[in-house]
Design a protein around this ligand. Structure first.
Ligand SMILES: Cc1cc2nc3c(=O)[nH]c(=O)nc-3n(C[C@H](O)[C@H](O)[C@H](O)COP(=O)(O)O)c2cc1C
Length: 222
């Protein structure tokens, strides 16, 4: 697939077929994605790939925490969005809820939707990125961002869809209960990966972007 086509056709997939993803395909995707650049070539990312019963345990462990009202406790601080950033977040939610037929008043359906995020959108496989706690936050987050996007792009070559998801790692204690990622590592992000269910309404979402002109300043051009 052409690089521009891949970048432009990638979208977050929030509904998957149950079809398993083979270890071979995942291995190839990771082989490709580890060609991502990293600061000083330090390759700070550590990768854990989870499927089957272990993943089910994490999904339902997350849901249990969420439904019991336990406050999220991620390995990275997340602050609430404000101003224009909050507006964009709200716009995304409106688009998603419209596609899913969830009304503003329907608290039940909204909560069920949030639960999907804690279940990594029911993807059959999840790639968890983590990094050593001794490393600076800016370094590991930038490196992780680069490899995360490359994983998502490489996945397209295998007809696989992805959704980078912070929600699934908001309760790192759940992940650590089932997977050996010690506290000396910081769990950064989960990437849901699987075959897209194109009949799932949220997969029809076309996310918006600001125009280049509105976010770019040019100097030295005619
Ligand atoms: C760091 C990061 C965390 C994200 N976490 C979530 C999440 O928890 N739930 C979700 O539905 N989407 C999540 N997303 C997906 C974004 O909502 C999505 O990338 C954005 O709306 C643009 O849409 P697109 O990926 O379809 O182009 C996350 C994306 C990134 C980069």
């Amino acid at each position: 697939m052409d690089i521009v086509e891949a970048i432009c056709s990638r979208q977050s997939i929030r509904g998957y077929k149950p079809t398993p993803v083979t270890k071979e395909a995942l291995r190839e995707i990771l082989d490709i994605a580890t060609r991502s650049p990293s600061s000083d070539n330090a390759q700070t990312w550590e990768i854990t790939v989870v499927t089957g019963e272990v993943l089910d345990n994490i999904k339902w462990g997350n849901v249990e925490k969420f439904t019991s009202g336990v406050a999220p406790n991620p390995d990275f601080a997340l602050n609430r969005l404000e101003g224009v950033y909050r507006q964009r977040e709200v716009e995304l939610a409106i688009q998603l809820f419209q596609l899913m037929g969830i009304t503003r008043e329907d608290r039940d359906k909204r909560a069920q939707w949030r639960q999907r995020g804690f279940r990594f959108f029911d993807a059959p496989t999840v790639i968890i990125l983590s990094a050593d706690s001794s490393l600076s936050e800016s370094r590991i987050l930038l490196d992780a961002g680069l490899i995360a996007q490359t994983i998502c792009l490489a996945a397209l070559n295998y007809d696989l869809g992805t959704c980078i998801g912070v929600q699934g790692v908001l309760y790192p204690e759940v992940i650590r209960k089932f997977i050996d990622i010690p506290k000396s590592k910081r769990i950064i992000i989960g990437i849901a990966i699987g075959y897209p269910d194109w009949d799932f309404p949220a997969n029809k979402l076309e996310s918006k972007r600001e125009s280049v002109e509105s976010i770019t300043t040019w100097y030295g051009f005619e």
